[in-house]
Design a protein around this ligand. Structure first.
Ligand SMILES: C[S@@+](CC[C@H](N)C(=O)[O-])C[C@H]1O[C@@H](n2cnc3c(N)ncnc32)[C@H](O)[C@@H]1O
Length: 315
């Protein structure tokens, strides 16, 4: 089959929103070529295992590449994608150059194009994320390894928001806890919670592609007895309170269901939120506090924020 490669020159801030649009349009395996990834001193970040080729990165901004099958609908799909991206300015998202180009690739190139960017990455004290096609020997005995095939859902597990959520789970999840993962994507956070010995983890996502991908990754990591993956809108289907809830979704979405989130966390439990760009940090903190949460820690990585909040005892 012939595939077309859609290439979008945008900004770091727009990665998540543009990736969502591309996934919704049916793209698989979005590749992120970020000029900052190349510029960044990799060794500073937990000694990540990377070897980067400058030719794979733009000189500024971010290039997102998505692969779509060549069908008679392709023209319409591309126009819809462009319109959806242009609409993001309504949410104050800087789109940078916002140049969209399209080229033809063959199946073989498509299948491997994004894999070359993705290697084992040590992302926190304990977690290392390993793509399924790589062999990896743990460096220490307490290292927790998450195997991922991120092909279809968000993402490789190495996005700053995911990294901070895994670090926050490491700080909050105790053996025997119950955990809720709202917007599970590839399932990475649920798998992380299970490896931290949570007793029961519910993973929810609105997108059926994400649900399929999360189920696959949960099995791959042999945590299907702990993690149940379901399709669902935010916390609508949740009936029992949990020790730790985590939501890595856009700031606006987090603010939209902050009261419901408060209700589903046990008194003394934690709520980890991310997907928040720097400019929205204060707004989200205020929403969390108005709902009754106490802010415990604000984490920042690049221009992204994660907030660990807790529900006071007796609430
Ligand atoms: C930024 S991704 C996070 C994926 C993963 N949890 C991580 O940290 O890498 C956000 C996810 O939220 C899902 N999502 C967006 N809106 C949602 C909603 N209303 N209910 C449930 N999931 C939603 C998207 O489909 C996507 O998989």
């Amino acid at each position: 089959m012939k595939w077309s490669e859609l290439s979008i020159h945008t900004t770091n801030e727009a990665i998540e929103a543009v990736s969502n649009i591309l996934h919704e349009a049916g793209a698989s395996g979005v590749v992120i070529e970020d000029s900052e990834d190349f510029a960044k001193e990799r060794e500073d970040m937990f000694g990540e295992i990377y070897s980067l080729n400058p030719n794979d990165f733009p000189s500024e901004g971010v290039i997102l590449k998505a692969y779509l099958p060549m069908t008679s609908f392709l023209g319409d799909t591309v126009e819809e994608i462009k319109m959806a991206i242009n609409n993001l300015v309504q949410y104050d998202i800087n789109l940078g150059q916002n140049v969209v180009t399209i080229s033809e690739v063959n199946e073989e190139e498509w299948a491997t194009a994004w894999k070359k960017y993705y290697h084992p990455v040590k992302i926190s004290e304990r977690f290392t994320i390993v793509p399924t096609w790589e062999n990896y020997e743990p460096v220490s005995s307490d290292e927790l390894i998450i195997e991922l095939d991120p092909g279809m859902a968000f993402g490789t597990g190495t996005h700053p928001t995911t990294v901070m959520c895994l670090q926050a789970l490491e700080k909050t999840v105790k053996p025997g806890d119950t955990v809720l993962d709202i917007g599970t994507g590839s399932g990475v956070l649920s798998i992380g919670a299970a490896l931290l010995q949570a007793r029961d983890v519910q993973a929810l996502d609105l997108d059926e592609v994400a649900v399929r991908s999360a189920k696959l990754n949960v099995k791959l990591n042999k945590v299907q007895n702990i993690v149940s993956v379901m399709q669902g809108n935010l916390v609508e289907k949740v009936t029992e309170q949990v020790d730790v809830a985590v939501a890595n979704i856009l700031a606006e979405v987090i603010q939209s269901f902050v009261d419901e989130a408060f209700n589903i966390v046990k008194p003394g439990g934690y709520y980890i939120t991310s997907g928040i760009i720097g400019a929205k940090k204060e707004d989200v903190k205020v929403s969390l506090m108005e709902a009754g949460f106490e802010i415990k820690e604000v984490m920042m990585m690049e221009d992204w924020v994660a907030i660990i909040s807790s529900k006071p005892m007796g609430e």
